[in-house]
Design a protein around this ligand. Structure first.
Ligand code: DC
Length: 220
């Protein structure tokens, strides 16, 4: 079974995806990691994330192992890391190069410990539209920019990072704009996606709703 969960930053996709993967014994792929890894490789090398040629080279050379190593660095989930990821993700050639790596995961999904799993939960922006258009169940999770910025702001503070809510809100809106207006795979719900607005919902309610939809499909 392949489940895709797309939506804007900080809508609650990651938490939902991890919980669903655990409940239904599926592998989990946070596809934002591939773009964060390429963006961070450039930042570390002192190269602008707008440098298309360098971004393509970094994408071509990226492996799963390198991606996981990079993800252990504190900058990986930082605001600067998110901005760099969003910039390289807007480059069509970079997306094309990273597509195969993401699609291959569905062929033989594995847990973090290397155990083979019967399916996967994908989390990203285009996993239901481009990466896994034939997924069994597709969700599009969204929330207002203010609610999402507040979630990210609290996350940064919890990690001990310096954060200003107004800055996070401005960055959230800037990333939304870039992610949804880019020519290559713009952020939009798949036609057959179930849309859930999590603005006024806690994670338990979102999880229960997603499970209800999955179970209805599994036991139909
Ligand atoms: O989900 P995230 O914040 O880790 O994603 C980082 C960036 O990567 C985000 O700005 C958009 C991009 N992204 C994408 O274009 N397609 C995906 N499937 C996942 C992420």
């Amino acid at each position: 079974m392949i489940i895709t969960i797309d939506g804007p930053a900080a809508a609650g996709k990651g938490t939902l995806a991890k919980r669903l993967a655990e409940k239904y014994h599926l592998a989990y792929f946070d596809t934002g990691m591939v773009y964060r890894a390429v963006g961070l490789k450039l930042l570390i090398a002192g190269i602008s994330p707008d440098d298309a040629e360098a971004a393509e080279k970094a994408a071509r050379e990226l492996s799963f192992i390198e991606m996981h190593k990079l993800s252990e660095r504190p900058e990986f989930r930082s605001a600067a890391g998110g901005q760099a990821a969003s910039k390289v993700a807007a480059l069509p050639k970079v997306r094309e190069i990273l597509l195969k790596m993401q699609q291959d995961f569905a062929v033989s999904p594995k847990s973090p410990t290397g155990e083979s799993m019967s399916g996967a939960v994908y989390d990203g922006r285009d996993t239901g539209t481009v990466v896994c258009p034939h997924a069994d169940i597709k969700f599009f999770i969204t929330a207002s920019p203010e609610v999402r910025a507040m979630r990210r702001h609290k996350e940064y503070l919890q990690k001990g990072l310096v954060s200003d809510f107004e800055d996070v809100l401005a960055q959230t809106k800037e990333r939304d704009q870039r992610d949804s207006s880019r020519a290559a795979a713009p952020l939009k719900p798949a036609e057959d996606a179930v849309i859930i607005d999590t603005s006024g919902m806690d994670i338990a309610t979102v999880f229960a709703e997603a499970c209800r939809i999955i179970d209805a499909k599994l036991f139909a």
